[in-house]
Design a protein around this ligand. Structure first.
Ligand SMILES: [Fe+2]
Length: 437
């Protein structure tokens, strides 16, 4: 399988895996080329405004009604869905975890998903969930779609081969991909065991944030988003389709692969994005902008400027601010912040926040640089300095994030996280300089 991509965010794409498979000039010819079935996949209501109207036309070997027989209940007990409140006894607090361990038993991407937090309510299509995945096996004859949400996948270890109805993507650490709600896909591991993070977005789709006075360029540029070209398999062996629907899981047995779309056109499509192509904008004289300046994708909530989810990264960049405390400032926030680290070291924490780890600073709980980081930044010689070898990210939501029992009882939860602030001294002594001994 050679992987090819089409550039652009939210474009109206067209692609065919066989010459002439895509009807021209109409969507639904009396007989589609190659005897394919025409099918529309609607990602928005028919009547959504043009700017948010999303659908694709799929030309496939069998229509999707043939990819679903009777369903039976399926068990994925560690994948939780909001509302999922109060299933643990852990007290309120700022939380941090070391990475979840890699599995020892054969575990594919789907069965390797563990929910850390849920927020909002899937039944009203608001909110989100954060998950980690850790896998060591391919989904060989299993296929999956999520009727509840789109999935934003952030690999941290190991590349994923994500094969969707509309085409195949290779997604390695430092890249992300987004799989639309309702789209069938399968995940294989390209180079051994894999681990990473997932944001499950119940609400309006991720889109690019407005740039305001920044103008027409920088941050995430549309051309750097890549959508796969059409790819299909004509596989007639036993397969299984697993569906997530309002937090419940169902499976149906098939005698063929559901990844049978030979050609498609439209704007409802999966995509990947290389996080190192993000062009950061920041303070070039003094102070520190809000972290929203690093928003890659935003999922709006309907209330202006109040995201259901912002996906924010903290990439490599130059730090040049004069007479400024350069790391992130101390903070309390009405939004709830889940963070992960893809590689390197995050600039507000000298130690304890490791690649593959995660932290949760929930609604209105204070957080900020650890004592060592505060002391170092307060005394630093403020030359231009390049922050290299680091990529952290945040899933920030307007909704409180409820911890799962899995996360509350995870062995890698750090009992001593709060001690990172223990050594923050009282510097106030009545003098205008303060006490910096
Ligand atoms: Fe914060």
């Amino acid at each position: 399988m050679t992987l090819q991509y089409m550039p652009g965010f939210g474009n109206d794409f067209e692609t065919e895996a066989l010459p002439g498979a895509l009807p021209q000039g109409q969507n639904s010819p009396q007989r589609a080329p190659y005897g394919l079935y025409a099918e529309q996949l609607s990602g928005s209501p028919f009547t959504a405004p043009r700017g948010t109207n999303e659908r694709s036309w799929l030309y496939r070997i069998r229509p999707s009604v043939k990819h679903s027989g009777r369903f039976a209940a399926h068990d994925l007990p560690e994948w939780k869905t909001a509302p999922n409140v109060g299933d643990h006894a852990l007290a309120l607090g700022q939380l941090r975890w070391d990475p979840v361990p890699m599995p020892e038993a054969p575990t594919d991407f789907l069965s390797g998903i563990r929910t850390i937090t849920t927020a909002g309510d899937v039944h009203t299509q608001v909110g989100m969930a954060t998950h980690v995945y850790a896998a060591n096996a391919d989904m060989s004859d299993d296929y999956f779609f999520n009727a509840d949400a789109e999935l934003l996948i952030v690999p941290q270890v190991g590349a994923l081969r994500v094969v969707t109805e509309l085409g195949a993507m290779e997604v390695a650490p430092k890249e992300i991909c987004v799989i639309p709600r309702g789209m069938v896909f399968q995940v294989a591991l390209s180079d051994g065991p894999a681990r990473g993070y997932i944001c499950e977005n119940y609400g309006a789709k991720f889109t690019l944030p407005d740039r305001g006075p920044i103008g027409a360029n920088c941050l995430a540029n549309p051309r750097d988003f890549k959508t796969p070209v059409a790819w299909y398999e004509d596989k007639e062996t036993p397969c299984r389709l697993i569906v997530k629907w309002c937090g419940t899981f169902h499976a149906t047995e098939l005698d063929h692969s559901p990844l049978d779309v030979v050609a498609w056109h439209g704007n409802y499509a999966p995509y990947k994005y290389d996080l190192t192509t993000f062009s950061p904008v920041g303070a070039i004289l003094f102070d520190h902008p809000d972290p929203s300046i690093f928003t890659v994708l935003t999922a709006p909530s309907g209330e202006a400027g109040t995201a259901n989810i912002d996906f924010v990264i903290f990439p490599e960049r130059w730090m040049v601010a004069e007479h400024s405390f350069r790391p992130p400032w101390y903070h309390r926030n009405i939004m709830s912040e889940f963070m992960g680290l893809i590689y390197g070291r995050y600039d507000a924490k000298e130690e304890g926040f490791v690649p593959g780890g995660m932290s949760l600073h929930n609604m209105m709980l204070p957080h900020g640089p650890d004592a060592a980081g505060f002391d170092k930044a307060s005394r630093a010689d403020l030359k231009p300095e390049k922050l290299t070898g680091t990529m952290a990210f945040m899933f920030e939501t307007r909704f409180p994030q409820h911890l799962t029992r899995f996360a509350a009882e995870l062995d890698t939860l750090q009992d001593n996280y709060l001690t990172c602030w223990t050594d923050l001294k009282k510097r106030f002594d009545g003098t205008i300089e303060g006490n910096w001994d």
